[in-house]
Ligand binder design. Structure first.
Ligand SMILES: Nc1ncnc2c1ncn2[C@@H]1O[C@H](COP(=O)(O)OP(=O)(O)OP(=O)(O)O)[C@@H](O)[C@H]1O
Length: 242
């Protein structure tokens, strides 16, 4: 069986996924190089979230392969997939989804604590990112007292504290006002580029996608951008595997 090229942080071939009996992803292949920012651009309901869930190990595709830095995610048991997702990926969605009872720094430190990182190191890791994101002064506050964009920056700190091998950003600006969304996008891109974090960014907005290094277009669960290029990603992997 073909193996993914060594320099790909993420490599998926021929993913198929159905939800409630209806096909959501059909034959989607994708390769993301280490440090690259790739946008998945598509209209609402085109399968972007489902694709990111399959790539991050949150969801097992019905068919196809996903390799995250060489680990065959599709072959792992549910508990190993969950562990890989927790330890090696970060996720930020359109909603901040913070724990209301926890402070900002506790929210940001949560994934580290769930990994078993000692509390003082988890706090230090979270604070590092909160400082970079200009949120350190609010570290002791609870989410309800923050603005929407501050909440989303907390969610970004939570996704990046670690830091992850791959960040999955599922429409992180969708629920923000225009100016706040633009600032959030700049913040995400500056953070991942300055730290070389491989990123998959789902969006409905071509303007947002244009800020990535490369765009993969999805319509009705199929890649519609240059089919030859999509196929070449799979073929390149095949030729390197022999
Ligand atoms: N929990 C679910 N159960 C059944 N079908 C679902 C579920 N979630 C999504 N779907 C369907 O799967 C398809 C793809 O949804 P998905 O959320 O992956 O697309 P998307 O491109 O991320 O959309 P959006 O931009 O609105 O978030 C849609 O037809 C949607 O209705």
């Amino acid at each position: 069986m073909a193996a993914p090229p060594d320099d790909d942080a993420l490599w998926a071939r021929s993913l198929h996924c159905s939800r409630s009996g209806a096909p959501v992803l059909t034959d989607v292949s994708l390769a993301v190089r280490t440090g690259e920012v790739v946008a998945v651009l598509g209209p609402r309901g085109s399968g972007k979230t489902t694709l990111l869930q399959c790539l991050s190990g949150q969801r097992l595709a019905d068919g196809g392969e996903v390799h995250l830095q060489g680990t065959p995610v599709h072959l792992l048991t549910a508990s190993r997939r969950e562990r890989l997702r927790r330890e090696r990926t970060g996720w930020i969605g359109p909603e901040p989804a913070l724990v209301p009872e926890l402070t900002v720094w506790e929210n940001a430190a949560l994934p580290l604590m769930l990994r078993g990182t000692p509390a003082h190191r988890a706090r230090a890791g979270a604070m590092e990112w909160l400082e970079r994101l200009d949120m350190d002064a609010l570290a002791g506050r609870r989410p309800a007292s923050l603005s929407r964009s501050e909440q989303q920056r907390t969610a970004l700190a939570r996704a990046l504290a670690g830091p992850p091998d791959v960040l999955f950003a599922d429409d992180p600006t969708a629920c923000l006002h225009r100016a706040e969304g633009a600032l959030m996008l700049r913040t995400v891109l500056a953070a991942v580029r300055s730290h070389g974090i491989t990123t998959v960014l789902a969006t409905c907005d071509p303007g947002v996608a244009a800020r990535a290094n490369r765009t993969v277009a999805l319509v009705d669960g199929r890649r519609t951008d240059a089919p030859a290029a999509a196929e070449a990603e799979g073929l390149a992997a095949c030729s390197l595997s022999v």
